[in-house]
Design a protein around this ligand. Structure first.
Ligand code: ZN
Length: 354
């Protein structure tokens, strides 16, 4: 077991953990994070957010389902497996980070690079994020949509609102550009994914005067996209829509020049992915079904997770607790669910290495 710390300018140092139990056979990775989102208003919690108070069969606390609970279940499952079997017909690694809810810069991405440089490779991975919507057995995640953000800045000419012909209102240009991103829809979804969706997250002009045409207007957007697109084709489509719209004059009568804009891509792109590995998906599906009596839906819904880093190294699926209360006040997990998840993981380990 090693606990490497990673850092980078402008981000806090983060300690991570890599632990491996080695044997002859395939190498299974279990990935999770121990960091949590802020508690919000601590006074609003029924029990202190880090007390792990148990009441009426439920444990309360930040991270109960997202996702210290999931890590505890996997550790317990490995322990039970080793108690019942002389050894392991393969290897199990824990890839645990403290940087998933935060910037995600000094976490799983760097930990996997670090491990690979030491000669590590894996055959399959489970991320223990809470994937079930209502009850254990509801849902497994086999892929994730990609995510992309950008900011559009439109430059106009400041002036008096009563003399618009002497000015060029950037808000007219910005509205024209924004409309082109909102309609028509990018696609209507695919067999495995819901439709690509773009949301405008903020529009900013910051003009306090009612009689002044401003000089500049900006808008920021985030797109969650499916496997119709790659990062490159989607970026090209967005550029194309904006360039076309820039030449439209419906909202800018009398203006000859196209809308003067710049587009900047923000943050890192997260790539869309879909896992096809039948052994991994099939083994986990039957473990869930045998334990809960339910066949989990194979889904690609929701936000991103560290699976986006793991998918570059081996097939990855996500299965964990019921996510209903994650990030909320009074985050809590049913003790019975912890036992169910431990049994699912234990069965999966036994079948995976059988
Ligand atoms: Zn999480």
């Amino acid at each position: 077991m090693e606990r490497p710390t990673f850092g980078e300018d402008g981000t806090p140092d983060v300690e991570n953990l890599y632990a491996r139990r080695s044997g002859n056979g395939p190498h299974l990775m279990f990935a999770g994070h121990t960091d949590v989102v802020p508690v919000g208003d601590a006074a609003a919690w029924t029990y202190p957010p880090f007390s792990a108070a148990v009441h009426n069969g439920k444990m309360y606390g930040r991270g109960a389902v997202d996702m210290k609970g999931g890590i505890a279940c996997f550790v317990a499952a490995v322990g039970r497996h080793l108690e019942k079997h002389a050894g392991l017909n393969g290897s199990i690694s824990f890839v645990i980070t403290g940087d998933e809810e935060g910037p995600s810069i000094n976490g799983t991405g760097k930990l996997l690079e670090w491990a690979k440089a030491k000669g590590e490779s894996w055959d399959a991975a489970i991320v223990g994020e809470p994937t079930n919507s209502e009850k254990m057995g509801d849902m497994m995640k086999i892929g994730r949509r990609g995510g992309l953000s950008g900011t559009i800045v439109v430059h106009g000419v400041q002036g008096h609102v009563a003399y618009p012909h002497l000015a060029d209102n950037p808000v007219r240009g910005l509205v024209t550009l924004v409309e082109s991103l909102l309609y028509p829809a990018f696609d209507s979804g695919t067999k495995d994914f819901q439709a690509t969706n773009l949301e405008i997250t903020t529009i900013d002009v910051g003009n306090p005067a009612v009689n002044v045409i401003p000089a500049k207007a900006t808008a920021t957007f985030n797109v969650r996209f499916n496997d119709t697109w790659t990062d490159e084709t989607l970026m090209a489509e967005i550029h194309n829509r904006l360039d076309k719209a820039a030449g439209r004059h419906k909202l800018r009568p009398g203006k000859m020049a196209p809308v003067n804009y710049e587009l900047t891509w923000r943050n890192r792109v997260s790539h869309v992915f879909l896992t096809h590995d039948e052994k991994l998906i099939g083994t986990l599906t039957s473990a869930v079904e045998a334990t809960t009596g339910k066949r989990p839906q194979l889904s690609t819904s929701g936000g991103t997770s560290d699976a986006r880093f793991i998918k570059d190294y081996c097939p990855v699926v996500e299965f964990g607790l019921v996510g209903k209360t994650m990030h909320m006040v009074d985050e809590r997990v049913a003790i019975a669910d912890l036992e169910t998840l431990t049994q699912i993981y234990e069965r999966f380990i036994a079948d995976f290495f059988a």
